[in-house]
Design a protein around this ligand. Structure first.
Ligand code: CP
Ligand code: NVA
Length: 341
């Protein structure tokens, strides 16, 4: 199997074996990192990472993974390039491909990252758009596989704003990997019909189901992992906070929800999270709407059943895996570095 030159734009573009290879390679790279073994396999390569939206984990993952693989990394922040303002996406892609061996993009519209990929000959990696967050789903599945030992037979639920980017990619990843997926949230925030219609046949082929519900009791006794995310995503209108809080308060992940699911149910969240008031935005919204926590209680977030920091670490290993697999060319590399693989 060879993923050289492929873009990572959305999970559904890859088959089960390719996604399996990404997870397995991430595990090997994690081991190398933890054993402090050199894996600087791309000393002659450089990557550009472009962010229209802010980031901690995704940016740091691409940077550290890039450095660990021996590459040079250029970060361009939301205002740090001409892209979109003075230069078209197509022209930007055609310039960057002359300098770089791979391009990461985080931004608003999926069509921007699709267009970058269309016009550049080097791999383009999606670091989040309004539509999906594929590298997050890879890290999420790596984390639950590490925890449970295997993926097949698991049932996971995404609770809250079930039509957001993180939920879309989790549904796609579940369908591909044969994991049962439950989207649980208010009807107004249910997944887009076309997203479900695309994933459902894939899930069926792989022996799993996709369920959409507004009833939190549908999680009871069934769910191995509960995922949630912020109630208002980057780029959404801040005036919507009030409406979202009213809709989503019944879907806050509490210890009662966790216990009703299964005594062994674990909690995951892409982060950042409003589980307390220790952030500027959390404090402001909390005070305005009389809340001390939002999508998850502080108790669940900080409990032993919370895998959020393992999940955050796995962003780096999975992103490294994607870059490694899409850049790797046995012919052009120094064999000495490849012994590990
Ligand atoms: N989970 C995630 O994508 O985090 P950042 O926004 O910090 O990159
Ligand atoms: N849904 C969130 C995910 C952040 C990692 C957002 O888009 O803001």
């Amino acid at each position: 199997m060879n993923l050289k030159g492929r873009d990572l734009l959305r999970i559904l573009d890859f088959n089960e074996e390719e996604l399996r290879l990404m997870l397995d390679t991430a595990k090997r790279l994690k081991k190398l990192k933890h054993e402090h073994k050199n894996h600087k396999v791309f000393p002659l390569k450089n990557i550009a990472i472009l962010f229209e939206k802010t980031s901690t984990r995704t940016r740091c993952s691409f940077e550290v993974a890039g450095y660990d693989l021996g590459m040079g990394v250029t970060y361009l922040d939301p205002t740090g390039s001409q892209m979109g303002h003075k230069e078209s996406i197509a022209d930007t892609a055609r310039v960057l491909e002359r300098f770089y061996d791979g391009i990461e993009f985080r931004g608003f519209e999926q069509k921007t990252v699709d267009e970058l990929a269309q016009y550049s000959s080097v791999p383009v990696w999606n670091g989040l758009t309004d539509y999906c967050h594929p590298t997050q789903a890879l890290a999420d599945f790596m984390t639950i596989e590490e925890h449970f030992g295997e993926l097949k037979g698991l049932t996971i639920a995404f609770v809250g704003d079930t039509r957001n980017n993180v939920a879309n990619s989790l549904m796609a990843m579940s369908a591909k990997m044969g994991v049962n997926f439950i989207a649980c949230g208010p009807e107004d925030l249910h997944p887009a019909e076309d997203v479900v219609q695309e994933c459902a046949p894939v899930a069926e082929k792989n022996g799993s189901t996709i369920t959409v519900t507004n009833d939190v009791n549908d999680l009871n006794g069934k769910v191995d992992a509960i995922f949630t995310d912020v109630w208002l995503s980057m780029g959404e209108d801040k005036d919507k906070w009030g409406e979202r809080i009213t809709l989503l308060k019944p879907y806050r992940v509490t210890m009662e929800m966790m216990n009703n699911a299964k005594p062994t149910t674990v909690f995951l969240h892409p982060l950042p999270s409003f589980h307390d008031l220790n952030t500027t935005v959390g404090k402001e919204i909390g005070e305005k709407f009389d809340l001390t926590e939002m999508e998850v209680t502080d108790e669940v977030f900080n409990s032993e059943r919370s895998l959020v920091f393992e999940e955050a670490e796995n962003r780096m290993h999975t992103i490294k895996s994607v870059m490694f697999l899409t850049l790797y060319d046995k012919e052009e590399q120094n064999e000495e570095h490849y012994n590990e693989f």
